[in-house]
Ligand binder design. Sequence first.
Ligand code: BGC
Length: 255
Amino acid sequence: MRLQGKVAFITGGSHGIGRGIAERLARDGADVAFNYGHDDAGAAATVAAIEAAGRKSAAIRADMLDLAAIREMLAEAERRLGTPGILVNNAGVEHKADFWNVTEADYDRVLSVNLKGLFFSTQAFVNQLRAAGRPGTVINISSVHEDLPFPGFSTYCASKGAVRMLTRDLAVELGPLGITVNAIAPGAIETPINTKLLNSPELLKALTDKIPLGRLGKPEDVAGLAAFLASPDAAYVTGATYFIDGGLTWSYHEQ
Ligand code: BGC
């Protein structure tokens, strides 16, 4: 098992891509701590999946909008499972609004969870590694929309574009500490963030028609890539963003 003896921390682990990654890293041998916002039932299901794989888990309720809570969640994970060596920055939100209608509250929420929360989770993780004198790896869950425009989602695009640059910048700054930093840029994945899409046959067909592989991705698809990036097989990979989108980004057709 390639993650035997490792501890992973995942932000936003109660559903979707976060839960998929938690299950997969546990099956690969890691103990897994995660935070979640309010979905107690979802968090319990993630704990059950980690424990079914025979690994230890720690579900920590912590609000990604609260800097003190972010620092405390990593401290609690360290007390319960030991110093995490893998951080998966997965927690993210999106809000659809025409640019001219975006409110300060929309802007603050999306940028605070997707960028500020990721920034300070990473800082807390890095400071734990520095104190322990250990190497580690950071995996940022970005989006194809770190690169690809998404009209109606300007706040989301701003946050994910920043994650792209932060991934590169921190790879350079943290490399000398033995810490690698990479990102995964998923396309359309079957998760609660896409509930509206999944409930509308027309919207779904319009999207899958644009995806060369003809389907949405599953959390397990993303989790396989995260498991690789968390593993020693990726020891020399840093500053990279991996797109996992069924071909969506480069799919352009004229009728
Ligand atoms: C967004 C989804 C969208 C997908 C593909 C993701 O980052 O969260 O809402 O369907 O990108 O456009």
